[in-house]
Design a protein around this ligand. Structure first.
Ligand code: ADP
Ligand code: ZN
Length: 605
């Protein structure tokens, strides 16, 4: 039998293991169970695929979504691995063919949904399939506490009785302790079989912007990401459609995706995104699980997500290939109010927990310390030093004595007697004659117009800081009006000094932020684009997502190494034996064509 490292290099074309992969693989090959907690893009799939290829028998992969099963098997097949899917969307003939392959012992990996597993007599057949390993992917679906709870998953514990002695490996990108306990107990895995890798994703840049002027800001962001694939997560279905339409009108290839669309429509939209035909996906959180696309270059959250695990999983869909990727979260109190409204309908048993989780999400959005520290501490990890790759690290906050600013703002809060919102207070301070100010008679207040020296955005920012520090409170249940707190009066009386963090405008922030670090060995960008076209053609021909042919990382490495022959081609990252055989000639010829055209052009000058 080949060793894991041999498989990694020969089948996948990768040089070395990611952290923890090798330990997990050895542990599983020793006949043990495992629970693997790794962030999205950490390389979980190889933790069961490689043991499957090193072992006798069939590996059963439980996976929740048809799309996920299909793409993973396409990727495996493109590497020459005997893999198949068994699900309820197949015709009887297709299932028969798969069953025949299982019976003949040809198949190494079988992807199956829990529904299929426990229906139509499949479970009864299992003992005859020579199963050597069970893998439960997206294992957090088993937990009622998880955000992707799937009742069918709770039956999976039965597999331990149906297939006694067969090692089981469960995998998830969710590290919440309650969920983790649930997985261990339902699947009967021992605590000492848990493998948790760092949840840090250093290639993801983290940033947050205030929720005002979202669309303008988004446009600015998109200008920095021309032609790059990305996802905008919106809270509502209508929001996704609205945004997709606005972006399409500006000429972007954008589409909307949400659970209200028919299965077929969703399938087509997702497919177009996977095939790089649509570049911007405006989606609700229904979109994502099972999106194995490795070249998503950015993720924007149009609205505040409800918790950090969901948020982290969503931003984790960017940069799975390990190349730099950007994330941006828009934040406003209106979003917090929106989320709190959802919680009103929640089961009281869960409401406290969910509110506490939302609070942590707010802390991330409002942070004046390294955002990665906040994220990782949520997952129980500590960073030795600030990450240097988030907006806070790049623009370290500069504080000043903001007592006078605070007094002006809080006096607006005081004089509006708990009726004005943050926005109202900013307008009052600016001396605006907007109807929302004049109607309640606020233009007669002593505070009216005393803050003309500062811009509207500055007042919004300082007001937010004061609220976050507890000098005023937002009444979410009363139209988000601002209320006094025990700290308000001492400031107004001049008994307390208030430090504030200096406001930096979006434009200034952007100008100061270092440009995304481009890996040194990226190769010729024109050649990279040329190779992308070749990949697109192949992907269409075989009807698979582009990344199933080669990842962006592979194409970049190819554009940098510029292989001349099949031996050199095999040295490119992500080129295994079978892919070298299937695509080598095509890509080598494309490289030659590109070079000769280039030389001709240069010679002609
Ligand atoms: P996860 O399921 O944890 O989100 P995947 O298993 O899909 O992550 O892996 C993410 C990407 O990293 C895939 O493109 C995969 O082929 C690649 N990958 C996994 N392990 C390695 C490795 N050891 N070296 C290079 N690339 C790897
Ligand atoms: Zn940081």
């Amino acid at each position: 039998m080949p060793t894991p490292l041999e498989i990694l290099q020969r089948v996948y074309g990768y040089k070395r293991f990611h952290p923890l992969q090798e330990q997990v693989i050895d542990h599983v090959l020793g006949g043990n169970d495992a629970l693997v907690l790794m962030p999205t893009g950490g390389g979980k799939s190889l933790c069961f695929q490689i043991p499957a290829l090193c072992k006798e028998g069939l590996t059963l992969v439980i996976s929740p979504l048809v799309a996920l099963q299909r793409d993973q098997t396409s990727a495996l097949k493109s590497n020459g691995v005997a893999a198949a899917v068994l699900n309820s969307t197949q015709s009887a003939g297709e299932s028969e063919a798969v069953l025949a392959d299982i019976a003949s012992g040809k198949l190494k990996l079988l992807y199956i949904s829990p529904e299929k597993l426990f229906s139509g007599g499949t479970a009864a057949r299992l003992p005859t399939w020579n199963v050597g390993l069970i893998a439960v992917d997206e294992a957090h679906c088993i937990s009622f506490w998880g955000h992707d709870f799937r009742p069918e998953y709770t039956q999976l514990g039965r597999l331990r009785q149906i297939l006694p002695g067969v090692p089981l490996i469960a995998l998830t990108a969710t590290a919440d302790p309650a969920i983790r306990r649930d997985i261990l107990s339902q699947l009967s895995i021992e605590e000492d079989s848990v493998f948790q890798s760092s949840f840090d994703r250093p290639n993801l840049h983290l940033s947050v912007l205030p929720g005002q002027k979202r669309f303008e800001r988004l446009q600015g962001f998109l200008k920095d990401h021309p032609g790059q694939a990305g996802i905008v997560y919106c809270l509502s279905r209508a929001g996704t459609e609205d945004l997709a339409e606005k972006l399409s009108r500006l000429g972007y290839k954008a589409d909307a995706y949400h659970a209200g669309l028919s299965t077929e429509v969703r399938h087509n939209i997702q497919d177009a995104f996977l095939k790089d035909e649509t570049t911007i996906m405006c989606a609700t959180v229904a979109f994502g699980m099972g999106i194995d696309k490795s070249n998503v270059r950015w993720v924007v959250h149009w609205n505040l997500p409800k918790n950090l695990e969901g948020f982290y999983q969503e931003i984790g869909r960017a940069g799975r290939d390990g190349l730099p990727a950007d994330t941006l979260l828009f934040y406003s109190y209106a979003d917090v109010a929106g989320q709190l409204k959802f919680l009103e309908d929640a089961n009281p048993e869960r409401r406290d927990l969910l509110t506490a989780k939302l609070e942590r999400m707010k802390q991330y959005a409002e942070a004046f310390i390294c955002r990665r520290r906040i994220l990782l501490s949520y997952f129980g990890e500590t960073l030795e030093k600030d990450c240097g790759h988030c907006d806070v690290c790049e623009n370290p906050p500069e504080t000043f004595d903001g007592t006078v600013t605070a007094q002006k703002f809080l006096s607006a809060v005081y004089r509006t007697q708990g009726r004005a919102t943050l926005r109202h207070c900013a307008l009052i301070l600016r001396g605006s004659h907007a109807q929302e100010v004049v109607e309640p008679g606020w233009h007669d207040l002593k505070t009216f117009g005393v803050g003309k020296d500062l811009k509207f955005e500055e007042w919004m920012e300082y007001g937010t800081q004061l609220i976050n520090a507890g000098y005023a409170a937002v009444a979410y249940d009363r139209g988000m009006s601002l209320q006094l707190t025990a700290l308000t009066i001492p400031v107004l009386k001049g008994e307390k000094t208030v430090p504030l963090v200096k406001y930096v405008s979006f434009e200034e922030k952007k100008a100061e932020a270092p440009k995304p670090k481009v890996a040194a060995a990226d190769g010729d960008p024109d050649l990279f684009d040329h190779l992308k076209l070749v990949r697109k053609k192949l992907a269409d021909e075989y009807d698979v997502p582009a990344y199933v042919i080669f990842s962006d990382k592979t194409l970049k490495d190819m554009a940098s190494k510029v292989p001349q022959n099949s031996l050199e081609f095999r040295q490119v990252h992500g080129v295994g034996e079978v892919k070298a055989e299937s695509y080598g000639a095509i890509f080598l010829r494309a490289i030659q064509d590109f070079k000769s055209r280039h030389e001709e052009y240069q010679g002609g000058r």
